[in-house]
Design a protein around this ligand. Structure first.
Ligand SMILES: O=C(O)CCC(=O)N[C@@H](CCC(=O)O)C(=O)O
Ligand SMILES: [Zn+2]
Length: 348
């Protein structure tokens, strides 16, 4: 049955062959896991196991050229479909921007990761494929979480949105912890990240239109953007570098509890955003080379970027650059400046 619906157990290939739409379908695996294709690139699993307490969303390819996470998720989905990986918890897997994957680009018309929390419908409204996709993704995530919202036992929601960075990084893997509006950070989440070999975490200080902020703020999910290395074409990722994250994600969905190391703050490099620099004019220019890595620091006063007449310089000792990108839409984030911080004072 599965092979008739998803040839070769390859849901990614089926989705890429149907990048705009795929008819919804439901079927059951031999191990009694219920599978629902919600739409192209969006697949939901309900395990036979009734002691499931976690509602887990994994997403990748929100930017079409960020291939390592796409390969990781495709492998995991295929193994579930083949019965090689038996789920303990409910799981929704999202392959975000299929048309952009097909052409190896970050986006087609607009950055999908700036369209969540209803931003898909602002301004000119839902007028391009990325806006439609963001709206659909929000719909399926809401449906997934709401399906168990009235059950009596407490459930844990999580959403891990897997990306890769455009540049190299002083820390190859790092996570973005969305702004929690004053709520405490979760020790167990740092422990999960460490199990994934991610020990650099950037704590955001403001709301955002990203997918991870949407999941955190709208659905109270434990949620992160997780950056896994640098953008590479499909098939050119050294998957050995991701062995810990691959295994931890498999354990997360298939075991009752993850076996993690206790949180020790000194194991982590923690940063908070000191400033966000938004592009204001088409003249925006970075004043360092394209191979300068994320988390690089410069001396006080160094000119980092100009935007017409505006000069952006290092204002604080130890301020590091992250996600510098001159090629963004006017009004959008062109770079973050971050500084070391701690979490122990506000951690549960
Ligand atoms: O390397 C870059 O410049 C961008 C990599 C990337 O796509 N990062 C995400 C971070 C989302 C967040 O802030 O949570 C993005 O820019 O969308
Ligand atoms: Zn990305």
């Amino acid at each position: 049955m599965v092979e008739n619906v998803i040839p070769g157990y390859d849901f990614l290939a089926l989705s890429l062959a149907n990048p705009t739409t795929l008819a919804a379908q439901k079927f059951t695996l031999a191990n009694q896991t219920e599978v629902e294709i919600c739409d192209t690139g969006i697949i939901r699993f309900q395990p036979a196991e009734t002691t499931s307490v976690k509602d887990i969303v994994l997403s990748c390819g929100i930017h079409g050229n960020e291939t390592a996470p796409i390969e990781i998720c495709a492998e995991l989905v295929s193994d579930v479909l083949q019965g090689k990986l038996i789920l303990k918890h409910r799981l929704l897997v999202i392959f975000g921007n299929l048309p952009a994957m097909l052409v190896g680009k970050r986006e087609i018309d607009e950055n999908l990761n700036r369209l969540f929390s209803g931003h898909h419908s602002l301004g000119d409204g839902v007028m391009n494929a990325e806006r439609h996709r963001a709206k659909k993704i929000e719909h399926y995530v809401s449906q997934f979480y709401h399906a168990t919202a009235n059950t009596n036992s407490p459930r844990q929601r999580m959403l891990y949105d897997l990306h890769t960075a455009i540049r190299g990084s002083r820390f190859e893997k790092f996570a973005v912890y969305p702004f929690l509006h004053g709520k405490p950070w979760h020790k167990a989440q740092f422990e999960f990240l460490q199990a994934c070999d991610v020990t650099t975490v950037l704590l955001m200080q403001t709301p955002a239109s990203t997918f991870s902020y949407y999941a955190s703020n709208t659905h109270s999910a434990d949620s992160f953007t997780i950056e896994l290395g640098k953008v590479q074409p499909f098939g050119q990722n050294d998957m050995e570098r991701f062995s810990k994250v691959r295994q931890t994600l498999r354990d997360l969905v298939s075991l009752a509890q993850l076996d993690t190391q206790p949180f020790i703050e000194s194991d982590f490099a923690l940063y908070q955003v000191s400033r966000a620099i938004n592009k204001q004019t088409e003249a925006f220019q970075l004043h360092f080379a394209s191979d300068v890595e994320n988390f690089t620091t410069y001396a006080l006063g160094t000119l980092l970027a100009t935007d017409g007449d505006i000069e952006h310089r290092v204002e604080q000792e130890g301020e590091a650059i992250i996600f510098p990108n001159a090629n963004v839409a006017i009004g959008q984030r062109a770079m973050l400046l971050v500084e070391p911080t701690t979490v122990s004072q506000h951690l549960v």
